[in-house]
Ligand binder design. Sequence first.
Ligand code: IVH
Length: 726
Amino acid sequence: MDEQSAKRRIEELREEIARHDRYYRIDNSPKISDDDFDLLVRELRSLESEFPRFRVPDSPTERVGSDSSEGFKSVGHLSPMLSLDNVFDTSELEDFDSRLRKILGKEGDLDYCVEPKIDGAGISAVYENGKLSRLLTRGDGESGDDITCNAFVIKNLPLKLSGNSFPKLLEIRGECYMERGEFERIREEARREYEARELSKARERDFFSDSSPAVDFSEIERKLPSNPRNLAAGTMKLLDRSVLEKRSLKAIFYSIGASEGFVFERQSDLPGILEGLGLPAVNWFGTAKGSKGAFEKICELEEVRSEFPFDTDGAVVKLDDCSLHAKAGMTSHSPRWAVAWKYRAKRAKTKLLSITIQVGRTGAVTPVAELEPIRLSGTMVARATLHNAGYISEKDIRVGDEVVVEKAGEIIPAVIEPVAESRGPESVPFEFPTHCPECGTLLKRYGEKMLYRCPNAECPPQIVERLSHFASRDCMDIRGLGDKTVGQLVEHLGVRDFADIYSLTREKILSLKEFEKKSADNLVKSIEDSKNRELWRLIFGLGILEIGERFAKILAKRFGSLDALMGASAEEISAIDGFGGASKNSSSVRALSIRAFFDDPHNAETIEKLRKAGLNFKDSSETLFNPSVQKSPFFGKSFAITGTLESMGRSRAKTLIENFGGRISSSVTKGTDALIAAKGSNGSKMRNAQEFGTRIISEGEFLEMLESSEKLAGGIEGESEQMTLF
Ligand code: IVH
């Protein structure tokens, strides 16, 4: 290729790669396959090495390479991201104000803008001609990680500015945060996963003991994301797209970095201007005169900040007139025209009226303080956590005590300590209940921290938990059957297991207070629709310990039907890739957990009811759904092979059997349908087959079965080539 055409092709490729990179990373909608994309990059790379004089530092070959291999690339901010100095009381605020007046040579009150200090993770977005071109984390203030590829997770971040006239360049600063509801959802999901994992680990450990498995739930608590800020920061930098797709973040902007063609005169004008461009901006701000006025706004903000969807850890006081900012100047890391007022954790004393015991949906039992209502950081507090039984006894917290209650940031209020002096002579230490307040079962104690748990799987909160999981978007996706409705079904309509959902009628649903005709009809319809969901959703929805979405998908594909999975032995399940046991001869925790689930007579009964209700029990993935393949003698059956086949290798035989919807197991068990035996075989598989009365198929018969399956599949368009391979 001559230089001229190489140059043209290089430019073409760069443009094309950048375009597809955008489709993939920003629009979240790739238009070509990963392989085709790699081919373009490879072609560009080879041309660049052949014609080094056309190399440029910002070629996509540089960026693509570093993104995929080393996580995120560090990129310089156009202007540094500054920090803020903190003030903690009015005298420090007055010092800030008088220093500023002195620098500016102003006698009278300065105008300030007071806005919330958002407790998120700092971000900087660059818009060029109205289009999002880059999204960076704060990093060290000079440069941050390029997280443009994750921009789609920030749901209110526009890829294009709205309106018809945009600044040529806009580098905009703000925070990325996670709404509290989303934080709770992810935290709960993580808790469930950890608990299931720990429980089944403990079950395996204590397999032969009668006592309940010992799980340290406080250990799990420590592993969970502790606050929305950390989870938002962690999410922004996730590389696993499948996790990212399930999360949602928000952004909010409050200041400008570098810009061209963008002017604003007052800080208090900025939110309106940003909103005009379609950018999320601080939705609460107040203007004030002098430090006294600023302090009043700080107090006003403190009263309302708990109503914001994001956490706030303070207020930011900014000089409103932007034309004075340059004159005010800056210290080494922060501007002199702005300061952060930090809110302190608020404490107050009130009376502890009683202690109630809450049973969580995993059976975890938590003591809750019922308080004489008191105002704290703008909200009325009537309940506070007492953590666990150990906490109550360690601090000797007693009903009737005056107690110190704290609300730090946006965290749930907690009882800190009792005011022991206020105690009367009649006061007695608190005795933790021995039985579950929901179902009366004797509570079990775990770990040193005295954590209690209700061991009864039929305890109503645990039923609600199981049903909510089953109905959730990730499982059977029954629209309109959220946690609250499930709670009502359990409480008022006696719904106990998954199958009960399918016997609900419009009339029964209408008897619930919150339902009207239309919403009841909608729920009936979505319950009906859910009967046809993919098999993996049902397997995942059953809530088998250790079987999350990924494993449910593998099982559905592998076994093709719920019946085949139910009939599979622990050994057969352990033989699946990823399900393996600790050693060759042991069954894996997952396999044991699956068996334990289906062997439980109550579960078996529920599954029969689900079958009668008409739920789909078959996998609908392409090959298996094909009606011709379903007629194959291999379909849904389990086979073992022994000896050396003359016509093909074992892995080829396995592939062919699987293509026709059959399964291969490594040994002959009661669940094996047939043993394919090469000539002269007489090993342990043969002996087991004879013992269990398993059908023994010769190689000749096997070939005939393959031939007939192939003929059946012959009419399948596009599949015939694959079916006639051998
Ligand atoms: S203004 C040059 N406004 O707090 C002015 N910052 O502790 C720079 N922050 O680095 C910041 N809410 O990441 C500003 N309303 C707000 C803010 C805010 C949160 C963050 C920001 C800053 C940090 C300083």
